[in-house]
Design a protein around this ligand. Sequence first.
Ligand code: GDP
Ligand code: GDP
Length: 441
Amino acid sequence: MAIVAIIGRPNVGKSTLFNRLTQSRRAIVDDLPGVTRDRLYADVEWQGRHFFLMDTAGIMSDARDGVEAEVQEQVKLAINESDLVVLLCDVRSGLHPEEKEIVREIRRVEKPLIVAVNKVDGPRQEELVGEFYELGVEEVIPLSAIHGHGVEDLLDRIVDKLPIRKEPPVDLSIQDNTDIIRMAVVGRPNVGKSQFVNCLLGMPRMVVSDMPGTTRDAVDVELEYKRRRFVLVDTAGIRRRARIKEKLEKICVVKSLESIDKSDIAVILIDATEGPTDQDLHIGGYIQRRYKGCIIGVNKWDLIQSDKREAHRVIEDVRRRFQFLPFAPVVPMSALTGQNVRKVLKLALEVFDQYSTRIGTGVLNRVFRSILEKHHPPQRGGRPLKFYYVTQPSTRPPTFVLFCNRPDDIHFSYERYLVNQFRSAFQLSQSPVRLIFRGRS
Ligand code: GDP
Ligand code: GDP
């Protein structure tokens, strides 16, 4: 998914615009749980296109070197990490020389750029917008983040200019590439992602080849394990980010989300010495809502394993806090010593095979009947809830459409019952299962 960065001098209204864009009536925003406190990214859909919106404000909250350094840092980030930059200016403070400099820099790297001028709250400010054409851009979008004028124009422009990502190059030697297991390694800075990737790539007898990625400098790496093919997505990102990670926790999370979208299975690494953090849970929540397979690696296990009680407590804590991903195996591991690193691949195979499950319609409906009989759908408002039949239109994730008389009245707890029953009936204990309830048309 493309990343759009909003940059600009302090106080031009970046955060206000960010909030406005993500709340706009027609924009569908997939807010990550718990991010409201500190919302620096959001997944926005506008006119059927999806993108991540990133507010670079506050990224350098520890910057002591003044405004210029902060803005420079934003520009660098935007250039390195985004696909499109929105430079926000403030009509009330007028054009600033620094903004000319920013435009030059972004031009130099040929990054798509949109210039928007904020705080155009009325006709008086509209007259002043002309000044911003000195930036040499074709179009300047006037808006008022506070009142909302012009915000939809900006969204229109963003989706117009979003680069269409090229599909991965087709490797003609692959007849059936559906069996390639696409795996993302995600997690906070310093949990050991690059160590893990390097450990995998360095394993004896591991066949490894680099494939040019689809975006920017992303490089995917292909591995062969037990005669099955894996692709580790965005490994270049992991290795490069290792160098600049300290300040960039938020960016790292956005990139993790992006890699999750490109994969079947996400390996989320947790630092055993810290336990799961809020950021880890955000990432987990995203994996859940995208219905991806998941393995939770509790890394740096070597540092705590000698303390049996602590080790036990950490695993329990991880299981409890990730209980919304009940299907995700939890593996204690060490990317440093290699402990259980192969096990992650082995589990990935199992998860993937479950994730790819297809069930014949006959069996599916027979089992479904018995699931319903074991525990009848609860009545609601005196009216019975009736199921007619079930189909599996797709897999990865295994997706079932359940036809019934009142699809909107299915209680959450009954849905959970059904999911659990499907899991145990069809050996899907390690895979997400997606249920869709439909009325019979
Ligand atoms: P940031 O530092 O770029 O993130 O800027 P903020 O979003 O924190 O906004 C800075 C100030 O500008 C706040 O006091 C906002 O209320 C104000 N502001 C933001 N958008 C507008 C606008 O459209 N019109 C006016 N008049 N003020 C705005
Ligand atoms: P990344 O930011 O997630 O890519 O993390 P790195 O792979 O760069 O690892 C961060 C630091 O943790 C490095 O100093 C690693 O050597 C160390 N590290 C990574 N995995 C382990 C592990 O399993 N055990 C121990 N003790 N240290 C580890």
